[in-house]
Design a protein around this ligand. Structure first.
Ligand code: PEP
Ligand code: MN
Length: 333
């Protein structure tokens, strides 16, 4: 249950009411609200003079639910890129899987500038399946991203692998990415709840939609309402492609949650040959954003070499997306 309090109720009063009914107190927009388990259907005590509206929900998809907040939340990604709300924007995020060296980031910056893409991706703490694979450049990589941000104004998204990375990612970059393997880590979720930066959560490949959105609820209820969901493929019986992109799940998220949704065709497909078609299909879903892996020379990439597009392939793909986006009432920015 979510009890939205009147905007005139002070933080102190909200905390006092929250304590009385053992609710989590969250500032959502310009007012506080009290959130209890969805199992709670009514409260005792007369709070009526403080209450703006009460929403009883049937599951713990609560702050993320359209029943509570009908309009999609708006998240400012920085560098003029606003995602969600009624912007009609489909924000393109592009860059390599891993940050590898200064030349690679410089070349990526040239490509993004040429195409007027404002958000750069690049991982520095890589959640690899093998301990013998490249694990990422760590803080040195964050500094390279920060240099690209200073030089070109890009907004930067990069992933955290454990909660100790959150502070540095906040210091050097703009958007925190919680990876598919990290999304169950409550230390990360709680650190992101306390953060004042946008957070993109990627769905685990064995994660139900309910569990996915509930991971987002940890961040939202921690006080950070700048949360974006990212579908990047789930594991099915199929082995010919890396994962199976759950577009049905995306339809669910759009219908029942108020969070902006980004699609990641790169990790779902796993192979370069399918990325362009899949990205057009993703665009036609009318999502709020796309995140695509591009690399100057994918063949020598230190991670996800098989799926990253080279710059020419990406240019060609990008040029085809505007018309698809327009056909569903959206604009690629
Ligand atoms: C990535 O974005 O490079 C990544 C590791 O993604 P995921 O967490 O979805 O596997
Ligand atoms: Mn990757």
């Amino acid at each position: 249950m979510i009890i939205a309090l009147k905007s005139t109720v002070s933080e102190e009063k909200a905390n006092d009411l929250g304590q009385q009914i053992k609710a989590i107190v969250v500032k959502d927009g310009n007012a506080f609200c009290l959130v209890t388990s969805s199992k709670v259907k009514e409260i005792s005590g007369d709070f009526s003079s403080y209450i703006e509206r009460t929403t009883v929900l049937d599951s713990d998809i609560q702050l993320a639910s359209r029943d509570y907040k009908a309009e999609t939340r708006t998240v400012d990604l920085g560098n003029g890129r606003i995602i969600g709300g009624n912007t009609g924007n489909t924000v393109m995020i592009a860059g390599p899987c891993s940050v590898e060296d200064v030349a690679q980031i410089d070349q990526t910056a040239v490509l993004l500038n040429e195409l007027n893409i404002g958000v750069m991706r690049g991982g520095c703490y890589k959640p690899r399946t093998s301990p013998y694979s490249f694990q990422g450049m760590g803080i040195e990589g964050l500094k390279l991203l920060a240099d690209a941000r200073t030089a070109h104004g890009f907004s930067i998204i990069t992933e955290v692998k454990d909660a100790t990375h959150v502070a540095d990612v906040i210091k050097y970059t703009d958007i925190i990415q919680i990876g598919a393997k990290a999304m169950y880590d409550h230390g990360i979720l709680r650190a992101c709840g306390a953060a004042r930066k946008p957070v993109m959560i990627k769905r685990g490949f064995g994660t139900t939609l309910q569990e996915f959105v509930q991971a987002a609820e940890f961040v939202l209820s921690g006080g950070n309402t700048d949360v974006i969901l990212c579908e990047r493929g789930i594991r099915t019986f199929e082995t010919k492609t890396r994962f199976t992109l759950d577009l049905c799940g995306v339809a669910f998220l759009k219908q029942y949650t108020n969070l902006p949704v980004i699609l990641d065709p790169s990790h779902a497909m796993g192979y370069r040959y399918g990325i362009a078609d899949l990205t057009r299909a993703c665009t036609a879903m009318g999502v709020d954003g796309l995140i695509i892996e591009v690399h100057p020379v994918p063949e020598v990439a230190k991670s996800d070499a098989a799926q990253q597009l080279n710059h020419e392939e990406f240019r060609e793909l990008y040029g085809s997306l505007g018309a698809v986006a327009n056909s569903v009432g959206r604009t690629i920015i």
